[in-house]
Design a protein around this ligand. Sequence first.
Ligand code: PSU
Ligand code: MN
Length: 303
Amino acid sequence: MVGLRVSDAVRAAIADGAPVLALESTIFTHGLPRPRNLDVALEAEERVRSAGVVPATIGVVHGVPTVGLTADEIERLSTSAGVVKASLRDLAVAAVKGLSAGTTVAATAYLAHRAGVRVFSTGGLGGVHRGAQQTFDESADLSTLATLPLVVVSAGVKSILDIPLTLERLETLSLAVVGYRTTDYPGFYIADSGHDIEYSVHSPAEIADIARQRDALGIASTLLVANPVAVEHELPPALHDDVLTRALAAAEASGVTGHDTTPFLLDCFQRETAGRSLDVNVEVYRGNVALGAEIALVLAAAP
Ligand code: PSU
Ligand code: MN
């Protein structure tokens, strides 16, 4: 049995109580086009390091779930053919079959928690898909995060999903969600999705306090921090709404369904915005990585 591999740097940091930030790999194996994917992944690690935090990029290398990928491993996952997308249920299968994989938020969060990492930054969460009333298509990210006591920073979910239904599911699953300096739930490409959440937090220290209080109460679900993209970097909302309408119509017309839907819609966004959606995606991730690093620092200073 291979179990879990934790890099020496991450293992030492956890043993010393030093700050560590988990990062996912589906964002660069399946979420971003080449060659930008590799740059974004390596830049995120560099940004974390320069904040004084140890990055723990998580993925599966030839079947081995790995917390703390090397730059070489990140490069191989970013550029090799046959790298699959692994959610939590896929980890054991990938291990036995020796597959390499990008890990989703669900799988990354699970492995981070097993390794003792408490904070994790991603771009956007998986959520409830439009039409889920019929298709039942809801990401395992939600139910998995409901069982793990982490802090996860994201810019909400993309508007190609059903945002109000996603927020309902977060409530059902007892996943706390706080907005970073806002009660507007972000819509990934846009700072305000048009849907409100109840609570705003003003600092990494306040987020860390909430996480400690949760732990003291024995509540084992993730604290979701919704961090909007800076307004100067967002996709202009009118453009966003227009592209979304056209992308959804194109998906309907082409009969695309199931797991092909998200890549199809994201591809429409890229084409219809002449690549601007990709730039926004990168900015969103930068912001979440920076905030996650600050939270990891505060939590490590006073666990
Ligand atoms: N949202 C995005 N792009 C992505 C993902 C989410 O805008 O690439 C990835 C994340 O890794 C997330 C996963 O955890 O997709 C969710 O996939 P699924 O819906 O199949 O659970
Ligand atoms: Mn799905």
